[in-house]
Design a protein around this ligand. Structure first.
Ligand code: ADP
Ligand code: MG
Length: 376
């Protein structure tokens, strides 16, 4: 990694880290005021930073090519920054836009969070920047507020209509825990998840594909959910209980029914998963993951051949359960396996991808890690 001092001719004031995440269960619920249950990955985006007095934001990422990108803070406008620099620019813009008095900085960014794999490298980057700024400029903001600012940065400045899960996970997760987040009131609870103690591994299978459908489909699905809630006279689909689901489905046009069924059953799967973890039975998550995948594949229809193949192959090779994680149309699959099945499942998925003519997937075991923090 290029040394900060070589780039900027001065020492950094500190180093911060913010992780990527996987969502155990609760997919496409975050824009329906529902529940999600992510864990932070041990993979982080690290940021070295020092303040500047002249209103310039200078950026270098080990993934962003040579040289330094220089931006004038007063010139930042939503949609106005090209390429990866939009993410850190967005984070600083969001702080200033919310009225926080901050000036420029020199930033050096390094990361081992896989990019574009549905593991939220974008949130890791935004959260690293707002966390560093919070410390450097003594803003005193808590994790919930920083997560909202980072989300606003991505929504309003970068132009990606993501929900609040990714940034909250990157800010607030704790080692050895999953984070139960209620996206309606943003309350969170740390739910113990000792995978190693239970003899389990959580495999993350990055399929390395991202189908173009994703952006347009997301907006359409979101609009469908909003319309269904409106037709049912509810503030959000969160307000429909599983008991009331059959009656509600009768009152909806046919094309909206599977969407509603997914969202309502998915919220229930989050509750069920949380109860299993609270009871110290993480192995019980397996069937919940598998049911979640079926719902995403058959009702929400956001899976794709690669994610379906990874999930099915993992189960055939002995996983307790598996599902795609993230928005869909590619990205990553998670598989819960007993420790002694981690290697056979990895080998089986890799072989199945080769046989189907897909590029090799990247597979690693994730242990629930800490959220954003200062590390030096
Ligand atoms: P995901 O969040 O699932 O990884 P996104 O498409 O939301 O995928 O965000 C990926 C984008 O975030 C990259 O294309 C890049 O612009 C930016 N990004 C993430 N991490 C870094 C990094 N370490 N350095 C530079 N840009 C990054
Ligand atoms: Mg992202």
């Amino acid at each position: 990694m290029t040394a900060f001092r070589t780039l900027y001719s001065a020492a950094p004031e500190g180093t911060w880290a913010a992780p990527g995440r996987v969502n155990l269960i609760g997919e496409h619920t975050d824009y329906n005021d529902g529940l999600v249950l992510p864990v932070a990955l041990p993979h982080t985006t690290r940021l070295q930073a020092r303040r500047r007095e002249d209103g310039l934001l200078r950026l270098h990422s080990t993934r962003g090519g040579e040289g330094i990108t220089t931006l004038d803070l007063d010139g930042l406008t939503p949609g106005g920054t090209k390429g990866w620099a939009a993410y850190p620019a967005a984070a600083v813009w969001a702080l200033r836009n919310a009225g926080h008095v901050v000036a420029g900085a020199d930033l050096l960014i390094d990361s081992d969070v896989p990019e574009g794999a549905g593991l939220s490298s974008s949130a890791a980057l935004e959260c690293a920047v707002v966390t560093a700024y919070n410390d450097l400029y003594h803003l005193g903001l808590d994790g919930v507020r920083l997560a909202r600012l980072a989300q606003h940065a991505e929504n309003a400045y970068v132009g990606v209509p993501c929900g609040i899960m990714d940034q909250t996970a990157s800010m607030s997760c704790r080692e050895g825990h999953a984070l139960l987040l209620d996206t309606r009131d943003l309350t969170t609870r740390q739910v113990p998840l000792d995978l190693r103690g239970a003899g389990l591994r959580l495999l993350v299978i990055d399929t390395r594909v991202k189908h173009d459908l994703a952006d347009g489909a997301y907006a359409k699905l979101r609009a469908g959910c909003e319309r269904a809630a409106e037709l049912l006279g509810l503030p959000a689909l969160r307000d429909l209980t599983a008991a009331a689901l059959p009656g509600a489905l009768q009152r909806l046009p046919e094309e909206l029914r599977p969407l509603v069924r997914h969202v309502v059953t998915e919220d229930d799967r989050v509750r069920h998963a949380t109860a299993l973890l609270d009871a110290g039975e993480p192995a019980g998550l397996g069937p919940v993951l598998t049911a979640g995948h079926a719902s995403l594949r058959d009702d929400y229809r956001v899976s794709c051949p690669e994610t379906d193949l990874a999930a099915a192959t993992a189960e055939d090779a002995g996983a307790l359960g598996a599902r795609m994680t993230g928005g869909g149309f590619g990205g990553s699959v998670i598989a819960l396996v007993r420790a002694d099945r981690a290697d056979p499942v990895t080998a089986a998925v890799t072989a199945a991808f080769a046989a189907a003519g897909h590029a090799p997937p990247r597979v690693f075991a994730a242990t629930p890690a800490d959220g954003a923090r200062r590390i030096a």
